[in-house]
Design a protein around this ligand. Structure first.
Ligand code: MG
Ligand code: MG
Length: 304
């Protein structure tokens, strides 16, 4: 087992939770409103439209934990088990839930099918935001197996080419960082190919993205701008959430990428301490268990 990989996995999971907790305070605010209220918003303090307690997280993190739990129980990414896990997650009355996620889970309750049919309205960021456990559990699997696992979890609620492409790309980026690739390498090997195939994801040459919606293209453009144009975990996450809009989700994705890239020592200790302790422990525990599963089950994640 490679300890450096495991540390980066923990950093990615804590990064996800920290970005979510920090961003939730300013979700749906504009950058101007954030400046008026906080100057630069860089403290985990709860509040926001969900009226969270300080250190509390939202669906981005809790859906990832539900997905990760299912993967650990099954020893692999199993679509039906993932659908049941999301169903149980919704029954537990999460603090928030996206429309596409709700529709997908209700559909599963009615049909028992874990794969929703293609839908032109499914290009939201809900499948991408929760996908970190798949990246960890398939870190050593081949590309086809990673893609199959990524889409099995995504299609429980979202079935759209842009959501699929974003989800697979974020997984491959995390995996590349876990094994020590640089940002320049990841830009060339993961991000440019995404943009070549799906030009809407272009994030250079325009104005900085502000108030990103839940559309996965808006989400990744914002995350890519903030992640590639800053040089530390803290700067990346602060820049991201201060762009407002779907800030908990952009924060969560930026945090997982920056955690995997910059590692555990790069995450400011006050943010780690500010997380709800149960959430922090669950993220750490799952990160280590999923990486160990990935070490053991290189070949298990093939197409069903
Ligand atoms: Mg959320
Ligand atoms: Mg959100």
């Amino acid at each position: 087992m490679n300890e450096a990989v495991e540390e980066r996995a923990v950093a990615a999971y804590l990064g996800l939770a920290i970005g979510d907790a920090l961003g939730a305070t300013v979700e749906f605010m504009t950058p101007r409103e954030i400046r008026a209220e906080y100057g630069v918003h860089d403290t985990i303090r709860g509040g926001g439209w969900l009226k969270l307690k300080s250190g509390e997280v939202t669906d981005d993190t809790t859906m990832a934990l539900a997905l990760g739990q299912s993967i650990l129980e099954q020893g692999r990414v199993e679509a039906l088990a993932v659908a049941r896990a999301f169903d149980g997650w919704m029954r537990a009355k999460p603090v928030d839930i996206g429309n596409t996620v709700r529709r997908g889970i209700l559909r599963f309750r009615q049909t028992g099918e874990a794969c929703t049919p293609p839908n032109e309205h499914d290009a939201g960021n809900g499948a991408c935001m929760r996908t970190l456990p798949v990246a960890l559990a398939t870190v050593h699997s081949d590309r086809n197996a990673v893609r199959a696992a990524a889409l099995a979890q995504a299609h429980v609620t979202h079935n759209h080419p842009l959501s699929d492409a974003a989800t697979v790309c974020v997984i491959e980026m995390v995996q590349a960082f876990l094994v020590g690739r640089s940002r320049a390498e990841v830009m060339h090997e993961q991000v440019y190919p995404l943009i070549e195939q799906y030009p809407p994801f272009r994030f250079r040459g325009g104005k900085p993205r502000e108030n990103p919606s839940g559309y996965v293209v808006d989400t990744l453009q914002t995350v890519f701008q903030c992640f590639f144009d800053t040089d530390s975990f803290a700067d990346c996450v602060v820049e991201t959430v201060n762009r407002g809009g779907d800030a908990d989700t952009t924060g969560a994705i930026a945090g997982m990428l920056a955690g995997a890239c910059f590692g555990l020592e790069a995450i400011p200790a006050p943010w780690v301490r500010a997380l709800n302790p149960a959430v922090r422990e669950a993220c750490e525990r799952q990160a280590r268990a999923l990486i160990r599963l990935g070490d053991r089950s290189v070949t298990k994640h093939g197409p069903p």
